[in-house]
Each structure stands twice: as structure tokens, then as C-alpha cells.
Ligand binder design. Structure first.
Ligand code: NAD
Ligand code: UDP
Ligand code: UDP
Length: 318
């Protein structure tokens, strides 16, 4: 059945793919974005659809709307961008999530929060499952994001307990794909842009730190399944769910694969490892498999090929 769906941060990387999929599924989509890291161009081809509406709005300000579902994605996700104005990052996560929860409560909408693997910090447990409480520095340079997202999970859970708001929490692991900005600053886009331009790849630290990379289409499928999973069979749908690809790579391996696929020799420029950079990260997705019947279908090799061709087209035709 067609629903009125709000996507905050809908002009960003994941949000724009989500808006597209929601429209294709026949929903009315309202996209709110303050265009800090999002771009109108990301959703330009959706503007022709009468079922799509784009509004400039900052989620830190209250807003009155009538919707059935809310995907709360508003928040810069790349360290360079969320550290640019850390106080604003905290406000977006805390006040922004509070406003969306107030809205969900008022209109009886179901709300899904885009949380993150960063709630696990630099983990001592590997792989990470949802019962792990994390190891997060409360006063470091990543804290505005990590702790902001942790408070957002707390707010979500308390609005559920106190006000019976129908919540879903997705702990998203590193996601990549077409439409990431060249200036995004995260590792996949940096390496792809550098390799395509024949530049050295900027490797932070020795490159032994690991991440698990999920292709954006797989992630969006997981988000929609989680949103639409009801709990009428008694399933516990309100606790967090990890969404990510359990294949784990060192950042050095990623550099080598990107260079190989771009047809370049591997040229590395060693840079200092940023403060509090997690050493390892891999999701345990048993809960997502059982609850949603979901697991990623696109291996890194294939997802990278699609991502590289998208960047190549943009870099050649700016
Ligand atoms: P992104 O930076 O491309 O998108 C975020 C969007 O939110 C942008 O369009 C930005 O303009 C908008 N935004 C930021 N602050 C806002 C505000 N105060 N009001 C309104 N809009 C605002 O990032 P992304 O990779 O698409 O991430 C989307 C969400 O998923 C974020 O909440 C992020 O924390 C979460 N997430 C992403 C990843 C990942 O690897 N991509 C991993 C974990 C969690
Ligand atoms: N809010 C909003 N839109 C709504 C309802 C609430 O933006 O449709 C905001 C509201 O301004 C408040 C926050 O959400 O800042 C929390 O609302 P709630 O009603 O839970 O708390 P209260 O207003 O009582 O503090
Ligand atoms: N990284 C890197 N070179 C870059 C950008 C990032 O070596 O140009 C490293 C970074 O130190 C981290 C990993 O790649 O260990 C993933 O970084 P990203 O910013 O993409 O995501 P996050 O650290 O938030 O998982």
C-alpha cells in the first residue's frame, strides 16, 4: 500500500538511493535536507515525479508534517564533514532526532533511525553483534558523531518505552557506491578518485586497520526491510539491527583492489592515522538474517567496479 514517507538527509548519498527505491515502490516521498553534504543534483531526476517533494529544512528546527513513516538519515557521515562543526553534529543527532521523534509521536508514524557501527567505537569484541555496548571515547574528535548517535539510540528507545513510538534502529556499517561526492573524504571515494587521477593513494597509518564495506543497494534493501518488518509475530523489532557486509578487508587490501580495478600501479602516500581510528570492524549480521531474511548480495569486487565507473564518468564529464 502506498504510504507517505519522510526521508531526512534524503539528498545525501544513502538518502538519495533510498528516495529512488521508495518512489519505485509506489510511495509518496518527502525529502528534507539542509544541503550540508547533500546535493540537489543527487535527486534531480526524481523531481519530475509528482510523488516526490524536496524541501530545504534543517532537522534541528521543529516541523509540522503528516506522514506514515520517517527514515531519519540527516547527519554528515564522513569524519572530515562531521568534524567541521562538531557542535552542529551533536545538535543534528540529538535535537534533530528529538524533533523527528516528537513528529512521529504526534502523527503516529513509524520511525527508523540511521545509527552506525561507530556506536561500537574501537571494539574489543570481534565481530560486533548488537549486544556489545561498545568502547567509545566521550571526548575525542569522533565523539560528536559517535556519542551523538548513541544518544539518538537512547532517545529512540525512551520514546518507545515512554510514548510507545514505533521505532526501528539500523546500525549501519561502512557503505559505499555511486553518487558519493568526490570531496566526501571517506576511504572508498578518496582511493577511487586518487587512482582515477593517477595520484598516490593516501593510506592512513600502516593500512592494517580493517573495515567491512557494504554496497549501497544492499544497504537500502536492508533499511526498507527493517522499516517494514512488523512485530505482530512477537519478534523484537525495536532493538538495534546491524546492517553491513561481513566481508572484512584491511585498508591496504582495499587500496590494492581499487588500484588494480583502475588499471594503475599501487602508489601509496603514507599519512598519520587519525586519533581514535577504530582498528577493526566487522558486523555480525545473524540478527538481520533471522529477523529480515537479509544479507548482502554484492561483493566488494563488483560493487567497486560499479562505483569506479560512476566516478570515472563524473571525473571525465564534470
Ligand atoms: P551524507 O553526508 O551523504 O548524507 C547526509 C545528508 O544529511 C546530507 O544530504 C546532508 O546535507 C543532510 N544533513 C546533514 N545535517 C542535516 C541537518 N541538520 N538537517 C537536514 N539535513 C541534514 O551521508 P550518508 O553516507 O548518506 O549517510 C546517511 C546516514 O547514514 C547518516 O545519518 C549517517 O550517519 C548514516 N550512516 C552512514 C554510513 C555510511 O557508511 N555511509 C555508515 C553508518 C551510518
Ligand atoms: N516536534 C516537531 N514536530 C511535531 C511534533 C513535535 O518538530 O510534529 C518537536 C517539538 O518541537 C519538540 C520535539 O519535537 O521540540 C519533541 O516533541 P515532544 O512532543 O515529544 O516533546 P515536548 O514538545 O513536549 O517537549
Ligand atoms: N582512510 C585512509 N585513507 C583515506 C581515508 C580513510 O587510509 O584517504 C582510512 C581511515 O583511517 C580508516 C578507514 O580508512 O581507518 C575508513 O575510513 P572512513 O573515513 O572511510 O570511515 P570510518 O573511519 O568512519 O569507518
Amino acid at each position: 500500500m502506498s504510504k507517505r514517507v519522510l526521508v531526512t538527509g534524503g539528498a545525501g548519498f544513502i538518502g538519495s538511493h533510498l528516495c529512488e527505491r521508495l518512489l519505485a515502490a509506489g510511495h509518496d516521498v518527502l525529502c528534507l535536507d539542509n544541503f550540508f553534504t547533500g546535493r540537489r543534483e543527487n535527486v534531480a531526476r526524481l523531481l519530475d515525479s509528482r510523488a516526490f517533494e524536496l524541501r530545504r529544512h534543517d532537522v534541528v528546527e521543529p516541523i509540522l508534517l503528516e506522514v506514515d513513516q520517517i527514515y531519519n538519515l540527516a547527519c554528515p557521515a564522513s569524519p572530515v564533514h562531521y568534524q567541521y562543526n562538531p557542535v552542529k553534529t551533536v545538535k543534528t543527532n540529538v535535537v534533530g532526532t528529538l524533533n523527528m521523534l516528537g513528529l512521529a509521536k504526534r502523527v503516529g508514524a513509524r520511525i527508523l533511525q540511521a545509527s552506525t557501527s561507530e556506536v561500537y567505537g574501537d571494539p574489543e569484541v570481534h565481530p560486533q553483534d548488537e549486544t556489545y555496548w561498545g568502547r567509545v571515547n566521550p571526548i575525542g574528535i569522533r565523539s560528536c558523531y559517535d556519542e551523538g548517535k548513541r544518544v539518538a539510540e537512547t532517545l529512540m528507545t525512551d520514546y518507545h518505552r515512554q510514548n510507545h513510538v514505533d521505532i526501528r534502529i539500523a546500525r549501519i556499517f561502512n557503505t559505499y557506491g555511486p553518487r558519493m561526492l568526490e570531496s566526501d573524504g571517506r576511504v572508498v571515494s578518496n582511493f577511487v578518485v586518487q587512482a582515477l587521477r593517477g595520484e598516490e593513494l593516501t593510506l592512513y597509518g600502516d593500512g592494517a586497520q580493517t573495515r567491512s564495506f557494504c554496497y549501497v543497494d544492499d544497504l537500502v534493501e536492508g533499511l526498507m526491510r527493517l522499516m517494514n518488518r512488523d512485530g505482530t509475530d512477537g519478534a523484537d523489532v525495536h532493538r538495534p539491527v546491524n546492517l553491513g557486509n561481513p566481508e572484512e578487508f584491511s585498508i591496504r587490501e582495499l587500496a590494492e583492489e581499487v588500484a588494480r580495478q583502475c588499471g594503475r600501479e599501487v602508489k601509496i602516500r603514507y599519512c598519520p592515522l587519525p586519533e581514535d581510528d577504530p582498528r577493526q570492524r566487522r558486523p555480525d549480521i545473524t540478527r538481520a538474517r533471522n529477523l529480515l531474511g537479509w544479507s548482502p548480495t554484492i561483493p566488494l569486487r563488483d560493487g567497486l567496479a560499479r562505483t569506479i565507473s560512476d566516478f570515472a564518468a563524473r571525473i571525465e564529464n564534470p
